[in-house]
Design a protein around this ligand. Structure first.
Ligand code: COA
Length: 282
């Protein structure tokens, strides 16, 4: 489906690129010809991800950076430009999340998540957007949100993330219009459950919840990293240039299952369906 050179000549910056979905997308983009620059807080995973990209024949560099700090983001984007010859694509993937009852969290806990997710996305987008506008070169931004943002439903027990991701979606749609005149395109992806060490360790209350979530999923499985990476590659490729301000859900139908009033009937045993059908015929 994808040409091996789909992203050739592209210089892509990925925040949170050293681990989880960021790392998987980085490897896939490199496979499709892009040069990568990865940013994250911890050096070790960044170095390991860059080594993996290079071992597969790709090109990658990294910077340590906490996206909550705008000055650090400006330094990081300068390093990224120097390492790659000029970043033209930004993937805002860095995130923070945890499950908790909201009345138990502190303002600092709220700030920690909103700082990474919303402020971090704004910081990286602003730092690169300013450069692209000044240079008149255009650019591409892809933001990772969640289905509780794209559905507008929000979600209990992850309140800081729900607020932050809703903000990221608003940022995506607002700037997609405002910056279209500069040939800067912004889109978002709302992934459902894609297992990663970071998310699973913070969002699964216990081991048996994993099976419970799978049992409740319409497709009875979680997403595969390559499925997300291929969607991201498409949204960043020139072939999707007229897609702007869009948020694409990739969750195997999970959020719709919760939205449809009668979807829980999937759990109805065959014997009850038989009774209903017999009664209808009388
Ligand atoms: N429940 C309630 N409060 C929590 C919490 C939890 N599970 N985890 C952290 N906090 C609170 C801390 O107590 C602290 O608040 P306090 O100073 O009032 O006590 C505040 O959040 C910041 O925590 P700290 O660990 O100092 O911040 P950090 O910047 O190192 O970590 C997080 C940020 C909390 C978002 C952390 O989970 C993280 O680094 N996440 C990044 C990776 C990630 O989340 N990946 C999954 C994405 S889906």
């Amino acid at each position: 489906m994808f040409e091996k050179t789909l992203l050739a000549g592209r210089n892509i910056l990925i925040t949170g690129g050293g681990t989880g979905l960021g790392r998987s997308m980085a490897l896939r983009f490199a496979e499709l010809g892009a040069k990568l620059h990865l940013a994250g807080r911890r050096e070790e995973p960044l170095r390991e991800a860059c080594d993996a990209i290079r071992a597969a024949g790709g090109a990658a560099s990294y910077s340590c950076c906490d996206v909550r700090d705008f000055a650090a983001v400006e330094r990081m984007t300068a390093e990224a430009d120097a390492a790659t010859g000029g970043i033209d694509t930004l993937l805002n993937n860095a995130a923070g999340n945890f499950i908790a009852r909201t009345e138990r969290i502190s303002p600092n806990a709220f700030n920690a998540v909103v700082g990474i997710v919303l402020h971090g996305t704004f910081h990286a987008t602003l730092a690169l957007g300013r450069k692209w506008i000044a240079a008149g070169r255009g650019g591409n931004v892809l933001n990772i949100v969640t289905t509780y943002a794209s559905s507008g439903a929000g979600s209990g027990y992850v309140l800081p993330s729900a607020c932050a991701k809703a903000g990221v979606l608003a940022l995506t749609r607002s700037l997609a219009v405002e910056w279209a005149r500069y040939h800067i395109r912004l889109n978002a992806i709302a992934p459902g459950p894609f297992p990663t060490e970071g998310a699973w360790s913070r969002l699964l209350p216990s081991g048996d919840w994993e099976q419970r979530w799978k049992d409740h999923h319409p497709m009875k499985r979680f997403g595969r990293h390559e499925e997300l990476a291929n969607l991201a590659a498409y949204l960043l490729a020139p072939q999707s240039e007229y897609v702007n301000g869009e948020c694409v859900v990739i969750d195997g139908g999970q959020w719709l299952r919760g939205a449809g009033e009668f979807n829980n009937l999937a759990e109805l045993p065959e014997s009850v369906w038989q009774q209903l059908e017999t009664a209808r015929k009388k």
